[in-house]
Design a protein around this ligand. Structure first.
Ligand SMILES: [Zn+2]
Length: 409
């Protein structure tokens, strides 16, 4: 692979900076919640950028944007992209880097007068974050056909506004998909949003898949009692059982390969200093890239909770709130990313994404993979989110050359 063709890092940073002005927050960072005026303005920026590069722009029924660069032949599109919406106090890199690096790759090819064999495209998916309208990754779910427009229109946002009203205001008619432009494969460049690449001093993360996620909410029902007057063996202490579950989560994380288990929220009732809690509510977040190990973790957790609660004579109610299976990316796509990384001589490691991305939805539509670049301090969904210019440039070069290899010169 030749690496003489390189993206223009300064030009890419300039466009990241321009997009970050839209919905900019006073203390830094951005707020472009999906389907708000700021989000619309951000998408208009991306669309006009697509048009200025001579891309054919398609907008589907829910507002996903695709800018297509024709190839010498017709046929399935080699697509890249990400999202331009943000959380309420988001950074300027989450999502934007993938969309704008894709456009920078197109500009680089335009200036070098390269026509690929297969068509290329950059996609800007709507509402990846799900911070205003659930579910997240809504745009890619729509592309995949797993969310119908009538269903989407009825969804109420955190501000009570129905998505249908916003779609009408945005002028998205609904109903159409990218149908006649089939997507042949999809590659997403994204910031890592975690601390691993920075800690390991590595340039590029070659992402092999996305962890499966399960959220289980437990309610433990014991009995209230005086903290001084009630002997331990006579208690039905819901708080004690909750604490043991926290220990169990750590043990599962250490004992099961690839497992992460977290108790992220807990509350006691009556929540008083000198009263044995009669009720405890807590959530367990289980993640593993391997479906069988994820199931093993849930089974062991449930067994432990049942035994511990029974011994304390505490009742257990459980509700599974999220169950997303792990995603394994296409081996040949992942290898194609690796080839581009090697050609540049960048340091890299194979890794699993800890966060959700449009790519995991697209993985059921077509061969898919992701490229990660480091996040300083692992901070994301935060106004202090930062990725160094050289890292963005390296990621965009890997994106460009992987696209070139997939589309054929
Ligand atoms: Zn993102």
């Amino acid at each position: 692979m030749q690496t003489t063709l390189r993206i223009n890092g300064a030009r890419l940073l300039k466009s990241i900076d321009e997009l970050a002005q839209i919905g900019a927050l006073e203390r830094g960072g951005v707020c472009r919640l999906a389907f708000t005026a700021a989000d619309k303005a951000g998408r208009e920026y991306v669309e006009s950028h697509m048009r200025s590069l001579g891309l054919q722009v398609r907008v589907d029924g829910i507002g996903n944007l695709m800018g297509i660069r024709a190839g010498r032949e017709q046929g399935p599109i080699v697509a890249c992209g990400s999202h331009s919406d943000t959380v309420a106090t988001g950074g300027r890199f989450d999502g934007s880097v993938g969309v704008l690096a894709g456009l920078e790759a197109m500009e680089t090819l335009n200036l070098a007068q390269v026509t690929t064999r297969r068509p290329l495209a950059v996609i800007d998916f709507v509402n990846e974050e799900g911070a205003r309208f659930m579910p997240d990754m809504m745009g890619s779910l729509f592309v995949r056909g797993d969310l119908k427009i009538v269903e989407a229109r009825g969804i109420a946002g955190i501000d009570g506004i129905r998505l249908g009203e916003d779609l009408d205001r945005f002028g998205f008619p609904g109903g159409d998909d990218f149908g006649k432009d089939p997507i042949g494969c999809y590659l997403e460049l994204h910031i890592e949003q975690g601390p691993v690449l920075e800690q390991e001093k590595i340039n590029i993360g070659v992402v092999e898949g996305v962890q499966g996620i399960r959220w289980i909410a437990f309610t433990l029902l014991g009995a209230t009692a005086h903290a001084g007057a009630t002997p331990i063996h006579l208690r039905h202490d819901a708080g004690y059982v909750a604490g043991e579950i926290v220990r169990c989560a750590r043990r599962l994380s250490l004992e099961i390969e690839g497992q992460r288990a977290t108790v992220g929220s807990m509350s006691f009732s009556p929540n008083l200093v000198n009263v044995v809690p009669e009720e405890a509510r807590l959530t367990v977040d289980l993640r593993n890239p391997d479906a069988a190990r994820l199931q093993q973790a849930e089974d062991e957790l449930n067994r432990f909770v049942n035994q511990t609660a029974a011994a304390e004579r505490v009742l257990v109610e459980r509700e599974k709130r999220v169950d997303v299976p792990p995603v394994v990316f296409d081996r040949s796509m992942v290898d194609a990313v690796d080839v581009a990384v090697q050609a540049f001589g960048y340091s890299s490691m194979r890794m699993i994404s800890g966060a959700g991305h449009d790519a995991q939805i697209m993985a059921k539509v077509c061969p898919t993979a992701m490229v990660f670049v480091p996040s300083r301090g692992g901070i994301s969904h935060n106004i202090h989110e930062y990725t160094a210019p050289e890292d963005i440039e390296r990621g965009a070069n890997v994106l460009l050359h992987t696209l070139l290899a997939l589309a054929g010169e």
